[in-house]
Design a protein around this ligand. Sequence first.
Ligand code: GLC
Length: 642
Amino acid sequence: MNRTALEVPGLRRLLAPLVGRQRLIVAARFERHATSLFDRLERLYGDREDFAAWSIDLMETIGRLHAERPPALLALDERRAAEPGWLAAQTMLGYSAYVDRFAGRLEGVAERIPYLQELGVTYLHLLPFLRARAGDNDGGFAVSSHDEVEPRLGTMADLGHLTEKLRAAGISLCADLVLNHVADDHPWARGAAEGNARLRDYFLVFPDRALPDAYERTLDQVFPIAAPGNFTSAETLGWVWTTFYPYQWDLNYANPQVFTECAATLLRLANRGVEVFRLDATAYLWKRLGTDCRNQPEAHWILQALRAIVEIAAPAVALKAEAIVPTRFLPPYLGVGAEAAPECHLAYHSSLMAALWAAVARQDARLLRQVIAETPPLPPGCSWLTYIRCHDDIGWNVLRSDIETFDRDAGSYLQDVAEFFSGARGSFARGAAFQAQGAAAVHGTNGMAAALAGLESAADEAQRAAAVRRLQLLNGVILAFGGLPVIYMGDELALGNDRGAANPPATQDGRWLHRPHLDPALLDMRHDRASPAGAVFADLSRMIAGRRGIEALAANAPRELAPAENRCVLALKRGGNFLLLGNFSDAPVIEPLPDGEWLDHLSGEELRGTARLEAWQSLWLRRAAASDGRPSTSEPAPPACP
Ligand code: GLC
């Protein structure tokens, strides 16, 4: 297939609906990104007879959708093209919430913008809000329509109004794009079940168990108890691939029409003002017999092709990979590696998240240090998404290979951690195991951060203070690590578990434990430092405000582990003048400091020689003067903390 030969008619069809300046702008972007786009498309679909016609139709679709892009978003495209590092700035702060649990409906979210601004939020991830399957729908991740908002939550017009208001407030909306599957009541699935052969080819359907059984031999299970197996029998079709729940039908990306549908969905939502797409379950997009069907090269080519399309048609948009896999598999999602091309701008650092909690359980920072040491630097403009909790369980298995660098029995290590967070052996944590089959199989842990950190079990003031310090310690790392920190709704107010969802039957989805409604009483308490909600809110607000002024904390600024004398201490340097020290233990420790004078950024206290860290305490230290005695000039002084 001659690529150049396709690029010319492709460009013609892309530009056909465009006029004036926009035509020139898009032509120039096509010039820059077409080779990479056509290369990836050809790798994926080049051996199909209809490749030429299909790829030109794809260009037409992109051009048509670009022609519908509102002027305000075209302006944003130009602005973002001029500031490619926007996501990596230390001024970025994320917040993630379910629409109904945070604010009822999309209109309610708009009313909470002042609250988000008070916190310093610049990026808001609203969990799935498109029309979801009736009945069970995996918290909205079983999408029934890509073109309607879930009626409980609002309308497409409400979405447009919300994104306008968020944009005016300097907040980018992030939405899920559930690429891997649709609900079994989505029109594609319904059509397939009713015998439409074109739509049947949107799914991975098998007449009998022969191939499903062959695939199962090397596949893992995401929900081994609630949804065992990876295939579901669908009456008229045979066996349908369902990686997650039986009602979530995996899409067949070997069919190029599926790619077109997905690119078009993305561009339509981008035209509504969505600025960041959380590409759900990206690791699973391509299946290959004899493998675990995760992180396949084709999955990356699909994402790289989507990125090239975004660069051409909506460059204000950023892509975020939700790939919950060990750190060593993540760099390609961010365009790093041998075969790499620009791919996503952001990726969840789930190993960092899980290792933070493991450090709390074990009172040992070695695993955390190992994960940080394994984290590669990123290309300019890319960023890790750092977090302590999200709507999913803490998946422990991503840590196995990191543990094995110092402990051969990763299974027992993780078992111990998971038991700790279930409240076993008198632990302060009040979480629950998720999808664990028996004592020997570790899977995940559910629970809100406050409950896991000990606030729910705290019986006196000292225990409450320790839990608040643990939260500050964890939040301090995700804020200083160098990434886009995302706060999970309620964690800023020490919101506890959803008691109504406690102790669900084993087959029910236990993740609802940490999906409570935001309690308005907690919101009202946020400035009362005597309450746990107010104490956590104050700590977080102070760190967020401080971070904004420290350029060394930007995602692309250097990061280096510093040696620590105590096994329970994390020492993380950001450039020459910033040092984070965190004590992951319930006893005070003394840590030697690098030469020179240091200022505790949060308290203003001066330190030299050593630092004493109380139980669970963390310090953000700034060099008061360069080690030769001269004041440091390489970084601007941070603003005073409130
Ligand atoms: C992602 C979501 C999770 C969901 C799954 C299937 O991992 O975060 O909540 O269950 O995808 O869509």
